[in-house]
Design a protein around this ligand. Sequence first.
Ligand code: AKB
Length: 338
Amino acid sequence: MSTPSRRILVTGAAGEIGHGLVSAFAKDPDVHVIAVDLRDPGKAIRANLDDLHLGDICDRSFIDHIVTLHEVTEIVHLAALLSTRAEHVPERAHEVNVDGTFNLLRVAAEQAQSFSRVVKFTVPSSIAVYGLSEQEKSLGGKVGLDECLRPVTMYGANKLYCESLGRYYGRHYRSLTSEGPPPIDFRCLRLPGVIAAETKPTGGTSDFVPEMIHAAAAGQPYECFVREETRIPWMTMPECVDAMLGLLEAPALPGCVYNVSSFSASAGELEAALRPHFPNLQVTYTPHAGRQAMVDTWPDDVDVTAAMRDWGYAPRWTLEQALEHYIVPSVRRQYAST
Ligand code: AKB
């Protein structure tokens, strides 16, 4: 049997995006998937992996060993501490989100140089890189890729820095001395709030929408930790996985960082859209001052035209379509079987 030409290292494979991506990769016989996570990703994900290594991305010799052992050709770096979790342990968040990413970029660059071939490096960023003032937020509308980049959270600051670090490795690495092309093909997707019906989120500040959906399906009341009118952009998990794959598979790109989003909705709009599907839904709003302040600096919506123009990204669903085609049937199925 010939060796698969794509050997992809996926960090954070046990998480929600990891699950979707790994099962998509498993369909391609030309892809060998090597996963890294702190915890065992469970049977379903394990079945789609060629190799699994349990360990910490902050441990450079561990990463170095795996990348060299498998002669990794691509890295999909999903491991991160999300915004709410990161505010509780900001120093640890910096280690994981920044030092971990730096380790991977550094090892990827060494790997590229050893084999004289560019290593593709794809990573999610987040709307948390934005930091709108009260006045900017009050204007509403779509915010551009390069506007209002003043994050107020550790997670947002980490992600914004990693966008720059990736751009450096991808476009400007050792610009004074190096003659060849940069060692990394760096691609970064700035994600909105992502809604997964299969798993309950933890550690994020956009969790209020997925939490409300899961409470609705479980027939439980939901106490929302932000105000009813709190609005940010969203996409569902299948759309997120498709967007990651679209970015990953695209030929050479003019940009490094792209916004994606399917629709913009407030907590109250989601509640109203859920009610026809779950008429007994009970939602109360008890804003948590700290989490509200964080989400208030994130845009209502983002401009996705660069992604549409450069690699054919197309938002798939409106809120109502997302509920009808994915969220409601999937979440119902899940709670019917528990
Ligand atoms: C979070 O809430 O931290 C994430 C994000 C918006 O990146 N879901």
